[in-house]
Design a protein around this ligand. Structure first.
Ligand code: FAD
Length: 384
């Protein structure tokens, strides 16, 4: 029984989404990304497209709660399915938020069906946490349009994507960054693979004199950084949700293992230290889920118009850090078999790690939270 889903802010349709997705994702045989990460990703995208859940990633109005619930379930069953889902949102939200009507109607139906695979190309070797330091340049072409030159790295779906949402410099400073949709087949787009510890399509994407029409720009010149941050603020809570999905899986597997593992004349589950560990894992997981659901609820309540900067940062930071701890504890309970390649604990241990780094490392989230607390004139309780 999942009592958190009984909370009043979830709709019956959302509860049904969770039930249906658990049933389908649990029964699906996801391709192993170790063998071929691009094939595994594209196959997962096809499956999600057939199930009809990809419209959630680009729906208008966009529901953060539905995206959070979908990611939590998908991550529980398969990291590659979760990635296939979220990259549609990360790559296409900038189009939804600031694309022209023509760009939206040309691309969003393909994103929603899974026919177009998306990527979000922001990070560069010298511009990670400090995104405003990016140097990829988009210069006006004498005959119209822009010419993009530069390198992005650590780009998920590199080599698998049909379209990259690219952030490039059209001027100086933070207001000198613009966003473009670039067709992956455009002459001058080159991909070099990078291999993460938990396999998925990832790589360096080089843009060598890539010519794009002016209509490829999202919003106006200089809107790029704002658009990137708006997109990340929406997706950040869903990173927390994916972390909860991985952690829940680890917890369930640990519980099963503790009940079955015999030792000292009883089971591991009978050992008080194991029970204390399980209780703390459960507490941290429930706390994380509540932070994630709270941020999603706050976003949906404001119909996407309000800022949830602090709530999203709290959800992402706490859920990813707690998930790392929970998975580590689960592996500890599994003993030596837990570290063997192919064990569910070993897979989750690798899978959770990057979530504490991408879309704003934990330290960045801490700064965001502290900045908002310190700049606010209201105290945290009314009595003071
Ligand atoms: C698996 C994976 C997938 C990714 N996918 C994408 C993608 O699809 N698109 C994309 O654009 N990028 C992607 N990234 C890149 C990711 O967003 C960056 O790795 C992240 O922003 C951190 O940047 P960095 O790696 O350059 O680390 P740095 O910016 O060099 O930071 C290194 C470390 O410094 C610490 N730190 C950072 N800021 C502060 C501070 N102010 N005070 C104290 N400590 C601090 C943090 O611990 C951080 O981990 C991905 C990364 C990974 C690992």
């Amino acid at each position: 029984m999942d009592d958190l889903l009984q909370l009043p802010w979830f709709s019956d349709a959302q509860r049904e989404l969770v039930r249906d997705l658990h049933r389908r994702a649990g029964a699906e045989r996801w391709l192993d990304p170790h063998a071929d990460d691009v094939a595994a990703l594209r196959s997962a995208l096809d499956v999600l497209g057939r199930w009809g859940i990809l419209p959630l990633t680009v729906a208008q109005p966009w529901s953060l709660t539905s995206n959070v619930l979908a990611r939590e379930v998908l991550a529980y069953h398969s990291g590659i399915a979760d990635l296939a889902f979220v990259m549609q949102a990360l790559g296409a939200l900038p189009i939804l938020l600031m694309g022209s009507e023509a760009t939206k109607s040309a691309l969003l139906p393909k994103v929603a069906s899974g026919r177009a695979c998306m990527a979000f190309a922001l990070s560069e070797p010298e511009a990670g946490s400090d995104v405003a330091a990016l140097t990829t340049a988009a210069r006006h072409e004498p005959r119209g349009g822009y010419c993009i030159d530069g390198s992005k790295h650590l780009i998920s779906n590199a080599g698998a994507a049909d379209y990259y949402t690219v952030f490039a410099r059209t001027g100086e400073g933070k207001k000198g960054i613009s966003a473009f949709v670039v067709d992956a087949r455009a002459p001058g787009v080159e991909v070099e693979k990078q291999v993460p510890s938990s396999p998925h399509p990832l790589g360096i994407v080089r843009f060598k004199h890539v010519i794009v029409p002016s209509s490829a720009m999202l919003g106006a010149e200089g809107d790029g950084l704002k658009l990137a941050l708006m997109t990340l603020e929406r997706c950040r809570t869903t990173v927390g949700a994916a972390a909860c999905g991985f952690a829940r899986r680890a917890f369930d597997e640990a519980l099963k293992h503790c009940r079955a593992r015999r030792m000292f004349g009883s089971t591991l589950a009978e050992q008080p230290l194991a029970q204390a560990r399980l209780a703390e894992m459960h507490a941290r997981l429930e706390a994380s889920r509540l932070l994630v659901y709270r941020a999603a609820w706050a976003y949906d309540q404001s119909a996407g118009q309000g800022r949830i900067t602090r709530q999203a940062a709290l959800a992402k930071w706490q859920a990813t850090e707690n998930a790392q701890w929970i998975i580590d504890q689960a592996l500890q309970l599994a003993g030596g078999l837990g570290v063997l390649q192919g064990s569910i604990f070993e897979r989750l241990y690798r899978e959770i790690r990057p979530l504490r780094i991408y879309e704003g490392a934990s330290e960045v989230q801490q700064l965001v939270i502290a900045r908002e607390l310190l700049s606010s004139h209201t105290l945290t309780t009314q009595e003071r």
